[in-house]
Design a protein around this ligand. Structure first.
Ligand code: ACO
Length: 361
């Protein structure tokens, strides 16, 4: 009851999360296909279609988004020093709140672009480097990588980031999307909906998990240490990050989509050892979880291979939630528009279980 399990709170054309069969369909396309073939721009078009007038066609999309990145940087550059020192996801939240709060396509692009620009800038600032201005001529993923790492991204890295962004851009009525829809249901504006979504995403039970996954892999260090480390964590009553999901009763299909992206990246020259370690830790964790919680369906979730992939791409662990948000911003915006267009004010009730009426002191 307290977690609203199985409550249907909205109808959506955006995605179908089938937890029993481990399937995710985004506007008719299976997530595996999106991961393999879609760019970030393609995913944006897929999700925004029907919710905005004047959506550019596929050919014009990259240039439009590139211009939006340049505009977002121009708007935010002078504020970046104020954001330095904040944890990256809090800097992103503060920066996004400086963006427009309309409900038109320009606002949608501004928020989408600003998410990537701010995420990359905070990575640079944390490393003591100057933020890099966007290059509007590049694809969104390639430019985000270049702005974050300061290096020319390889084709394989660009493809891997596109695969990641397309895989996690939309996922039904998860906690952050619900928060975004609630804000949108009051007609607060897309900026408010995105900030509400990000605020809910940030927690370790939702989008804050991949950083701790990487910490766990680093602490374990080598495959032989996986079992004792995980056993000790479970004995302390800790949750193993990257495992378990409210909806998926079987393996999260995004885990395999991302594992395939990691493998493709490693094949193109990345270090294989982190992948081998991750596979050993995953196997050990699943064995232990199945034994420790026999009645529960605790399987690998999206965050496990997110950590391996974003680490291999050069993002620091504390920026993972912001990179996630740079993708999920598409889902938040599309859901917010859907709520604005076809929904009502979301206003559930609570049952009072406090003290009986009494005299005020
Ligand atoms: N490790 C150990 N035990 C777990 C884990 C885990 N990762 N996940 C759930 N459990 C246990 C709980 O302790 C509980 O056991 P109990 O009934 O004996 O007390 C039982 O499984 C059910 O847990 P709930 O919290 O009721 O299940 P819920 O559906 O709320 O959990 C959640 C979903 C929050 C994702 C949980 O599995 C978890 O905390 N996982 C680790 C964090 C994580 O990976 N988050 C990312 C999720 S994906 C995303 O949001 C993008």
């Amino acid at each position: 009851m307290s977690g609203l399990d199985d409550v249907v709170a909205a109808e959506t054309v955006l995605s179908d999360v089938d937890g029993e069969n481990g399937r995710l369909i985004v506007r008719g396309i299976a997530v595996e296909g999106l991961a393999r073939h879609s760019s970030f721009e393609g995913a944006a078009l897929l999700l925004f279609e029907g919710f905005f007038a004047d959506l550019p066609d596929a050919r014009a999309m990259s240039a439009t988004l590139g211009r939006a990145r340049a505009e977002a940087f121009a708007r935010l550059a002078c504020r970046l020093p104020v954001l330095s020192g904040l944890p990256p996801v809090e800097a992103l939240r503060a920066g996004l709140s400086l963006m427009p709060d309309g409900d038109d396509l320009a606002t949608a692009f501004a928020l989408t672009a600003a998410s990537a620009v701010l995420t990359a800038a905070t990575v640079r600032i944390e490393r003591g480097a100057e933020p890099l201005a966007p290059d509007p001529e590049r694809g969104h993923a390639a430019d985000m990588l270049r702005m974050a790492t300061g290096a020319e991204p390889t084709k394989a890295a660009e493809r891997a980031l596109d695969a990641y962004l397309a895989t996690v851009c939309e996922h039904g009525l998860n906690a952050s999307t619900f928060a975004a829809r609630i804000a949108a249901s009051t007609r607060a504006g897309l900026g408010s909906a995105v900030v509400a979504g990000l605020s809910a995403l940030k927690g370790p039970l939702h989008g804050g998990a991949p950083g701790p996954v990487l910490d766990m892999l680093a602490e374990i260090g080598e495959p032989a240490r996986a079992v004792p480390w995980l056993e000790a964590a479970l004995a302390r009553g800790e949750r193993l990050m990257g495992f378990g999901h409210r909806i998926y009763k079987v393996r999260d299909p995004r885990a395999d989509a991302l594992k395939a992206a990691v493998k493709a990246l490693m094949k193109a020259g990345g270090a294989q050892s982190r992948l081998k370690l991750a596979e050993a830790v995953e196997k050990a964790a699943l064995d232990l979880l199945h034994r420790a919680k026999p009645g529960r369906s605790l399987e690998t979730n999206v965050e496990f291979y997110t950590a391996v992939l974003l680490d291999a791409l050069g993002f620091p662990a504390d920026s993972f939630t912001s990179v996630f948000a740079s993708a999920r911003v598409l889902g938040w915006i599309a859901h917010a528009r859907e709520q604005e267009v076809s929904g009502r004010l979301i206003r559930p009730r609570s049952r009072y279980v406090g003290p009986e009426p009494r005299q005020a002191a």
